[in-house]
Design a protein. Structure first.
Lengths: 126, 132
């Protein structure tokens, strides 16, 4: 079905919960995000728990023979994916400052994370 | 209510696909609509026709097919995930120069667009085997 035949856009929330390279979770969920964008849906990304590690800048994934998540994240704006949230507690737990992240994010407290989830129509987590 | 189920896990290693199957039966019995079952990641192994179970153990590819035949279900296996894992239909086998194909009957290979389209149309999208 072509995107222009779709009903009103839905609010999709994609929750990244896994560390960056140990599994294909980050890339598999990003692929869903990019597809949502092709269908012109409203998309938000939320990074929770170890998922915040996906956002660190200066990643060197070549020795792992993996595509660099920094590069994939740089392309999100091209797909009009600009609502990107992180759990402030997860950053603190990992000792990460926002300045160490590769892309601009909004940092949320736990109550706001709960509200964000409840405000979306469809939630995918990996 | 219109449902879509998403399955991320292999039926041999995880209980999740069996739970999804029971959930699918329950929602259909309750009079709801199942718009699509979408198999992603290791969930693509639910569509492997070469899966061979012991006689006293379930065989999910056959169980899905029976349910699909009975209720005219749309069982879609993510094509990119399936090709990486060696679950191919005859077209893809030809495209990748493989001599065999093994996508079970009742399933079709298609893109992630089928997941997003299903999520747009459905009232509820339920994921099984998301953390494994």
């Amino acid at each position: 079905m072509s995107p222009e035949k779709q009903p009103a856009p839905k609010r999709f929330l994609l929750i990244f919960n896994s560390p960056p390279y140990g599994t294909s979770a980050a890339r598999d969920l990003l692929d869903i995000a990019l597809t949502c964008s092709v269908f012109e849906q409203n998309i938000s990304l939320l990074f929770l728990g170890d998922g915040v590690l996906q956002l660190l800048s200066n990643q060197h994934s070549a020795p792992l023979r993996q595509k660099n998540l920094n590069a994939l994240h740089s392309s999100l704006a091209m797909y009009d994916i600009e609502s990107i949230y992180v759990d402030a507690d997860a950053l603190a737990y990992h000792g990460i400052e926002e300045e160490q992240l590769h892309i601009d994010v909004s940092s949320l407290d736990t109550d706001t994370v709960k509200r964000l989830i409840s405000q979306h129509d469809v939630v995918f987590t990996l | 209510m219109i449902f879509t189920l998403v399955i991320h896990a292999s039926p041999v290693q995880h209980q999740a696909p069996e739970t999804a199957l029971r959930f699918a039966r329950a929602l259909l019995e309750a009079g709801h609509t199942l718009h699509r079952v979408f198999f992603y990641r290791d969930g693509v192994f639910n569509g492997n026709a070469l899966s061979s179970s012991a006689a006293d153990e379930p065989c999910l590819p056959s169980d899905w097919r029976s349910l699909a035949d009975e209720h005219k279900l749309d069982l879609v296996v993510c094509i990119a995930a399936a090709i990486r894992r060696g679950v191919l239909d005859s077209n893809e086998a030809r495209r990748y120069d493989k001599t065999q194909h093994n996508l079970a009957e009742g399933f079709e290979l298609s893109g992630l667009g089928q997941l997003v389209e299903a999520a747009i149309i459905s009232d509820r999208v339920i994921t099984f085997g998301g953390r494994g």
